[in-house]
Design a protein around this ligand. Sequence first.
Ligand SMILES: Cc1cc2nc3c(=O)[nH]c(=O)nc-3n(C[C@H](O)[C@H](O)[C@H](O)COP(=O)(O)O)c2cc1C
Length: 188
Amino acid sequence: MSKIEFEKPGNFLYPLPAVMVSCHDGKGNNNIITIAWTGTVCSDPPMVYISVRKERHSYPMLKETGEFVINLISEDLTYAMDKAGCTTGKKIDKFKELGLTPAKSFKVDAPSISEAPVCIECKVTEVKELGTHDMFLAEVVSVSVDEKYLDEKGVFHMDQCKLVAYEHGAYRKMSDTIGTFGYSVRKK
Ligand SMILES: Cc1cc2nc3c(=O)[nH]c(=O)nc-3n(C[C@H](O)[C@H](O)[C@H](O)COP(=O)(O)O)c2cc1C
């Protein structure tokens, strides 16, 4: 295969999740920011990062409280996720405007989004200045899921959440399973 190199290197690691990160200022004000620059960085302890520009309304909230919740996006939350990423908490109450419900989290004071299928509560361990964005490295302190995705044995079925992938500006459905972890080496 012959490849053509782009003139400038850029961000091309796709697909990835676009998530709604909920946060608060510790004085009773909540906010939601959409984040695509996020990922897992360690299994044990479970750790994630989110990268946030300093000018975001959410930035000082994250910096001062040192906590946030990553709310995964199902197909029916995609519109709200996009809107949370195109409006600022400087001007509107996003929970109200987007019809979302702040729920009490288990281990942090930042609210979770009640309508999200999966909520990942995080405590910041380090903030690293990188350039356009600062990376908030964080430990996952609690994970909760909507009980409607648990079967009678208590097994969680993530495929039923209808999660959405973000790919170079587009939000995409993830419908078909091609394989499962280890299928390439599993004995038939
Ligand atoms: C799909 C999508 C992904 C985004 N990813 C990021 C990101 O990773 N980091 C960031 O700082 N802003 C990101 N943004 C932009 C913010 O969500 C946006 O500026 C938002 O208005 C900030 O809200 P706030 O001012 O209330 O904090 C993204 C927006 C969208 C729509």
